[in-house]
Design a protein around this ligand. Structure first.
Ligand code: FAD
Ligand code: SF4
Length: 399
């Protein structure tokens, strides 16, 4: 898509640390650190939910709510499981995201890539950059599992005069980006999204690591995986698996950012292409191509990846329903029982797309209750129709 540039009306960026317009729901997406704060009331994902409008702008139509797959995964042309033939060492999974970015830059489709490197003194403190070389992109590989102000580079993009840009980001960042994309002076914008849930502030991450990991100071990577374990990797190369059902729910209930507890954009509805893992079997990545631009981006890496069709197995419904009450009561199981339960669920539990639906249902019901209990006046406008339909499949506590 090419954008007819619209004049950018500027306002003064907020000072670091000052209260943002979305107040405690702010996900620190970075928009308010720039002159684009002028558009915050319309653009902020936590002030103005506008999936229908933005899906139509980006994909030419909103999602088909009567299609079971679009209801869950948004507008798309195709989905698949994939792996890089030669994984990038140190990437979050096999490095498909970094590889697409490198190909786009080196083949001249874009002049810069917005991605997230780490602070020099802390690998988990995110530093958004406009990467202009392969090395810059590789320096951004692996998740910084904390709220990242990716859009704080918007003024820099405009000043640099870039015309063709790739932005890598999570749902809340991309919602705000899409709302202002015609003001940035770009001729072409590509968006490579990842799914995202349960993100945390840097302080929240420390609490999560200290509560869950055997060596919080040496964690280099972690992921909640499809085998119902959190996988930690440590500096010495060792790994640790902690079963989901053994997490200290009571301690961790307040760790997740309020923005993430009120988010319904798990699968990044407004990206051109999404690369995650949740709809794939254990060990593979999951790719959702949403539109022609996304198909063009995937084509660039076809020779570097192996793909196979998505699969779906099991039935999530009962596990989700039981999980709603367990989470509400902050139940924590003894570790031996959690491990045993994890082994059984791994064998008979939901797999592939059904695992993705399990995860979406669990998060949407939890988040619906969070918004209802804490921001009741926002509930109707903030929760999109697709999420309301998903949540309506379950019996929720009355209050
Ligand atoms: P790599 O090649 O390692 O590249 C990772 C890219 O992520 C880099 O380009 C970097 O710029 C970007 N990035 C890193 N940290 C951030 C951040 N904080 N905000 C925005 N961009 C960032 N997938 C799921 O299927 N389910 C999930 O629940 C899920 N949660 C996620 C939560 C977060 C905070 C993030 C960043 C990603 C999440 N993902 C999730 C996506 C998944 O973990 C992988 O990032 C994805 O599969 C790409 O792997 P890769 O090896 O191709 O990425
Ligand atoms: Fe501003 Fe982004 Fe926070 Fe919304 S989420 S208030 S747009 S920084």
């Amino acid at each position: 898509m090419t954008y007819a540039a619209k004049p950018h009306q500027k306002s003064k960026a907020l000072k670091p640390g000052s209260r943002r317009p979305a107040k405690e729901l702010c996900s620190e997406c970075g928009l308010c650190d720039t002159s684009y704060i002028h558009y915050v009331k319309e653009a902020c994902a936590f002030i103005n939910q506008q999936f229908d409008k933005l899906e139509t702008l980006v994909h030419g139509r909103s999602r088909d709510l009567d299609s079971p797959e679009e209801l869950y995964f948004g507008v798309h042309q195709s989905m698949m499981q994939a792996r890089k033939k030669e994984p990038i060492p140190g990437a979050q999974w096999t490095g498909i995201v970094s590889t697409i970015a490198i190909e786009m830059l080196e083949r001249g489709l874009v002049e810069g890539v917005v991605c997230v490197q780490s602070a020099v003194d802390d690998r988990f403190t995110p530093v958004p950059v406009i990467a202009k070389t392969r090395e810059d992109i590789l320096a951004a590989k692996v998740n910084k599992p904390t709220l990242s102000p990716n859009l704080n580079i918007l003024d820099l993009v405009e000043r640099s005069g870039l015309k063709k840009l790739l932005v890598i980001g999570v749902g809340c960042q991309i919602q705000a980006l899409r709302a202002v994309q015609d003001k940035i002076g770009l001729e072409k914008l590509y968006v490579l999204g990842t799914p995202c849930t349960d993100n945390v502030s840097r302080a929240g991450l420390q609490k999560f690591l200290e509560t869950t990991s055997r060596s919080p100071e040496t964690v280099v990577y972690y992921e909640f995986m499809q085998d119902f374990n959190v996988h930690f990797k440590y500096e010495d190369g060792s790994t640790e698996l902690v079963p989901f059902f053994g997490l200290n729910t009571k301690e961790l209930k307040d760790v997740f950012a309020p923005s993430c507890l009120s988010c319904f954009d798990y699968t990044n509805a407004l990206a051109d292409i999404v690369v995650g893992y949740m709809g794939a079997e254990f060990g593979s990545q999951w790719i959702v191509v949403r539109n022609e631009t996304g198909a063009e981006m995937l084509e660039l890496v076809q020779d570097a990846i192996t793909t196979k069709p998505v699969m779906s197995q099991g039935n999530r419904k009962e596990a989700v329903q039981q999980g709603i009450a367990a989470y509400d009561q902050a139940m924590t199981l003894p570790m031996w029982f959690a491990k045993a339960l994890g082994v059984v669920i791994k064998q008979i539990g939901p797999k592939g797309l059904e695992y993705a639906r399990f995860s979406i249902d669990s998060h949407f019901t939890r988040n619906y209750l969070f918004v209802k209990r804490n921001y009741a006046s926002k509930l109707d406008q903030h929760v999109p129709e697709f999420a309301k339909r998903i949540v309506a499949q379950y019996k929720l506590p009355k209050s």
